[in-house]
Design a protein around this ligand. Structure first.
Ligand code: C2E
Ligand code: MG
Ligand code: MG
Ligand code: MG
Length: 279
């Protein structure tokens, strides 16, 4: 009796696994098509200089709306792209698209100072990355300093021999590197000596707890101190309310981004905001 029940549940389990595998495969195929057809897009979130209220730059964030399933969050499709070998292409697309958009805004008289693009560690396996970047910049008559690449601490766990070489080359081109989600990874601080970053991004988990949690305030202050003493710009992410904004300003944070200022928006929807803030 027990045995047949077990067998029944095993059969159920494998049917469930089979269904999940098929769903994943279908999603993978759809992502591949979306990338090929150009139906992925980038939304942009402004980054504000807290002392002056001026625009510091915009962060480009990938968006995908599946025809039947609706919006799929990047936290779902970025790992999928990693697993099915599409991440290099996605990174190339994001770089080109962000450069195109920055140049288009400037052509309209919207002088957005810079654009940040998120890149997966895998993007740095490709020794062609510096060339891909150079041609995207050149095509739109942009300078290397117009572009920032956001990387996470996980690049340091990456044992691919090309990674450090590519990172160094990109930095030598004059492209700024930013350490995203700082304080949440597993790496030791000593890597800050090895990685040529010019910016640190305080992860939004610290910002979320600022108001109620003295420990979070101590940590955000300590991270700002580390950044300052290494002459890095520290950007606070996930600022949602005035209290968080005030606390960060009091601590001396130079730059912040978050829903308080603007959600990430499609380029056309950000334009009224840009017009008002670049005035
Ligand atoms: P991230 O680079 O740390 O991006 C910040 C995330 O926080 C974004 O989520 C953004 O929409 C969200 N956010 C911004 N302001 C606020 C706020 O005030 N409150 C809250 N609760 N959230 C806020 P999103 O767009 O879902 O992206 C999630 C992650 O996916 C990104 O984290 C990044 O690691 C990855 N990602 C997004 N686009 C790309 C891409 O083009 N390439 C790669 N490789 N990764 C990407
Ligand atoms: Mg980012
Ligand atoms: Mg981040
Ligand atoms: Mg984050």
């Amino acid at each position: 009796q027990a045995k047949s029940a077990e067998r029944g549940s095993f059969r159920f389990f494998s049917a469930e696994m089979n269904r999940m595998a098929q769903e994943r495969l279908a999603l993978e195929t759809a992502l591949r098509e979306a990338l090929a057809q150009g139906s992925l897009c980038l939304h942009y979130q402004p980054q504000i200089e807290l002392a002056t209220g001026r625009l510091y730059g915009v962060e480009a964030l990938a968006r995908w709306t599946h025809a039947a399933l609706g919006p799929i969050p990047p936290t779902r499709f970025i790992p999928l792209a990693e697993e099915c070998g599409l991440i290099a292409e996605l990174g190339r697309w994001a770089l080109r698209e962000a450069c195109r958009q920055l140049a288009a805004w400037r052509a309209q008289g919207l002088n957005v100072p810079a654009v940040s693009v998120n890149l997966s560690p895998t993007a740095f396996h490709n020794l062609e990355l510096p060339n891909i970047i150079a041609s995207a910049l050149e095509r739109h008559a942009l300078q290397a300093s117009d572009l920032t690449l956001e990387i996470t601490e996980s690049v340091l766990l990456d044992t691919n021999p090309s990674t450090m070489k590519t990172i160094a080359e990109v930095q030598a081109q004059g492209v700024r590197l930013s350490m995203d989600d700082f304080g949440t990874g597993y790496s030791s601080l000593s890597y800050l000596r090895r990685l040529p970053v010019s910016e640190l991004k305080l992860d939004r988990i610290f910002v979320a707890d600022l108001e109620g949690d003295e420990m979070a305030r101590a940590l955000s202050n300590a991270i700002l101190g580390i950044g300052k003493s290494l002459q890095l710009t520290v950007v606070a992410e996930g600022v949602e309310n005035e209290q968080q904004n005030r606390l960060l300003r009091e601590q001396g944070y130079p730059v912040a981004q978050g829903y308080l200022f603007s959600k990430p928006l499609p380029p056309q929807d950000l334009e009224p905001w840009l017009r008002q803030h670049l005035g």
